[in-house]
Design a protein around this ligand. Sequence first.
Ligand code: HEM
Length: 331
Amino acid sequence: MKKVWLPLLMTGILCLIPYIGVQYAGLGYLFAIIIPCASLVILIAGFAIRMVNWLIRPVPFRIPTTCGQEKSLDWIKQDKLESPSHFWEAIARVLGEVLFFRSLFRNTKAELYAGPKLVYGSTKWLWLGGMVFHWSMLIIVLRHSKFFFSTVPPFADFLDNADRFFDILLPAFYMTDALVLAALSFLIVRRLRDLKLRLISLPTDFFPLFLILAIVLAGMSMRYVTKINVLPVHDQILTLMDYSFVLSGEIGVLFYVHLFLVCVLAVYFPFSKLVHAGGIFLSPTRNLCNNSRAKRHVNPWNPDIKFKSYAEYEDTYRDKMKKAGLPVEKE
Ligand code: HEM
């Protein structure tokens, strides 16, 4: 199965690059400063280019989805969330998608059994796995914001305390670490176990999963196994944010592996399927209100045709019409 081994091998090689580079070649500066700064620039520029590219595409017509009653006569009840007719209703539909994956919740799978019998089943596990994965990632990334401020921001402090609910280990174990690991394992196993899914999966479906898994495992090893001192990391980030590009102190090599993988993810993000994180906001079936009955939408690339009224037509051809014996309205 080349499409599984190849991305796995690539992830392994990506882990080795900073390990060898920092441990044996003394390239700490490259991995702590140059690569993170370059990848941040690529992430921001790449993401902006992708978004602008989508934003400038004209979307002249509304695309009503069929799962909700469009606004019509007063006595017909409109489904405001499924078929919004105003801006804020459409925003609520987008947020429902972004925060709760509503479409995925309603997704079904079709399977052919002996008979032949076509059976539609639920895919709530995929929805749950997706939700747990994305929410855990978000909380982990937000928790990381403590490294980017000189004093821990209140929201990061709150998340930190809420997440260390099972405060029985030293350092405290974060619930999201266990959840993100479980969700990632589920998402990988799901692609491998189901024959149909394995057939349509590409290396680019496995690579981001392996890469994120490696980032999480490196992060967890730092925290729970090697118990990294986070003060030099904090120092290094604050120094960089002060536009001072100097190495501030000794940091364990595992941190460089963690950071390098994050940089790879940052560079990969705008040019891969991961950019759906931004694209979902621009999805026309989600963000356009269905007001085709109330408002006329004109295609902007229609040719600019000059129409003539009958009065103008008659003004132009009146003499010819009279000569031909045709009736005219004005003499
Ligand atoms: C996609 C981005 C990232 C993900 C998914 C991620 C994930 C993780 C995870 C799962 C852990 C284990 C402990 C925890 O949950 O806090 C961790 C720890 C850590 N990460 Fe990240 N990380 C990311 C980006 C970064 C960045 C950009 C830095 C620094 C520049 C960083 C520095 C660290 C450090 C220092 C630890 C150890 C924390 C501790 O001991 O409490 N991470 N990371």
